[in-house]
Design a protein. Sequence first.
Length: 297
Amino acid sequence: MFTRTDVEFDAEGGVKLRGWLFTPAGEGRRPAITMAHGYAGVKEHGLERFAKAFAEAGFVVLVHDHRGFGASEGEPRQDVDPWRQIADWRRAISYLESLDVVDDKRIGLWGTSYAGGHAIVLGATDRRLHAVVAQVPTISGFEQGLRRISPENVPAIEEAFASDERAQLRGEPPRRQTIVSADPAVPASYRAKEAIDFYLQPLGGAAWENQVTVRSTRAARMYEPGPWIARVSPTPLLMVVGLRDNITLTDLELAAYERALEPKKLVVIEGGHFDPYVSQFHVSSAAAVAWFRQHLG
């Protein structure tokens, strides 16, 4: 019912962003959806199932790796700059607009987790989008940091940030830390078993490492997509929220949804942050398909 091809397009600085293009069978221009992965992941981290569901529903789908991750170019590798990722995602929208198979008046965006925060920012600031889905989105890096890092550990983290900055002044590359680890002696972004299982799942040979730059953590603690949510309107916004999300935090997501203006819809699912990809995939994917069908046709 569709074909998947490898594609690439140029972003700022001559960096090539690479991904997959899913094209449904048939003639004529189709509505399209642009997708990207969450924090320090790659497109192989659970996105293909969603892309296939959208393509089977008749949408052209572009899934790209953020710069510095997966198949995309960009240095340093495994470095997360949310505002650079947002700027690159605008280029992905432009690439979709340029394709003969795409109706450029019917483009939607789907983002999850960290990229769910990007979906809110892009929905508020890019009117080429005609429908947005933000799945278990980051709302407040500051609030997440308060809850996930105990107060006695904050000075050590701040010193790690400062040491990294001093080292870069001396010409050293950005320092790195582990993304997931169950060992409390190893600095890591996530320690929850569900996060470890998700990030360390088999990726079919995709280029991914269990590490991220230290400065990515600083950027994450500074990233605040929440204030943008009231500005997404009049673009239709669907939020998918897990009732036991300990990563991007259920209460922050629900409070943010209340600040959003119409048209909007909330879908809550049983489980935590990673259940929309796995045990509740049938609910989260069906809700997104229905939303895009309603607003992109």
